[in-house]
Write a protein that binds this ligand. Sequence first.
Ligand code: SF4
Length: 385
Amino acid sequence: MEVSLYRFMPGIYIHIPFCKQACHYCDFHFSTNLENRGAIVRALLEELVLQRDYLGGEEVNTLYFGGGTPSVLTPGELDQILDTVHKTFPVNPLAEVTLEANPDDLSREKLKSLRQAGINRLSVGIQSFDDAVLKFLHRAHDAAVARQCISDAYEVGFQNISLDLIYAIPDQDEVVWERNIEEALRLKPQHISSYSLTIEEKTTFGRWAAKGKLTPVADDTAGHQLLVLVDRLERAGFEQYEVSNFSLPGFQSKHNSSYWRSEKYLGVGPSAHSYDGASRQFNVSNNAFYLKALQERRIPATIEVLTREDQINDYLLTTLRTSWGTDLARILNLWGYDLLAAHEGYIGALVENGHALLESRVLRLTKNGKLLADKIASDLFLLTP
Ligand code: SF4
């Protein structure tokens, strides 16, 4: 693959697989048994060292603690991980270092210690400012705690804060959603991520839905709520740079953007994924198996070598969701595939009905087109011969 044509900004993702309690909608990998936390941190350190060559010695530009709930880590544990990262990889001194956090973990003392440890970006799981909705979702905090932690975060010196909000919540009044957006803006974040609530089978909501106790929100209602958000945030100066992500100028998430630009990253921890440009690696989603493997100095991962079709389809799926769009010249240069010639009629129709723009061989979806991004990507997928 002629990767040298493009600039790479590798990142490292660190998965912290613990949460204080399970939210009713969540199917991420986590455990509510925090007893193994120390052992998992030691295993993460081991994995970082074992994976020291994964990024080929390139400078690391972003670090991201995700989960689970990374804010359950003590300052000492966080220091240990960051220290090992810095001793093992060349890290850009100006690297973006993000920590996902829940409001109930963010006391003023904790916030100060996070700053001292080198965290320079917070991604806070607010989800809603309505206490009844937070209770329904089984979140561990209430709206007052959420407001307080953001104000404290600014006071201790954070200048790059992202808030998570959830829409398409069953039975949520449209007015509650609009109020949530206004409340979020009053806290003056630099970035907002907003996710449509999906009902996953192995969650409490999934079980309720199977018994008919909960009805998922219809797609067009969810789409309308996303458009309400897009319009309001645009008026407040935010750009929708990815379907679910909005930022003030200069505050795009560098880490997540690197995923959407198909750049390399190393993921460590149970359930973490890695990508080196030619293959993906998936760590086991089980804390006990993960621990045992790392105690034996093994990385418990399956590797999927990407075919040319996989690489093109992954690129389509991620870039079509972004404001920078899909570079058809890049697809031609890297993989020798003329997507425009193969789908001229379909792409022409997208442009004609206002779902896309095509300029200088870059395909960009419009606001309405972004609502259909995943469907459009799959329509353009290259099938395995
Ligand atoms: S939404 Fe976040 S805090 Fe809630 S269970 Fe999932 S990972 Fe944990």
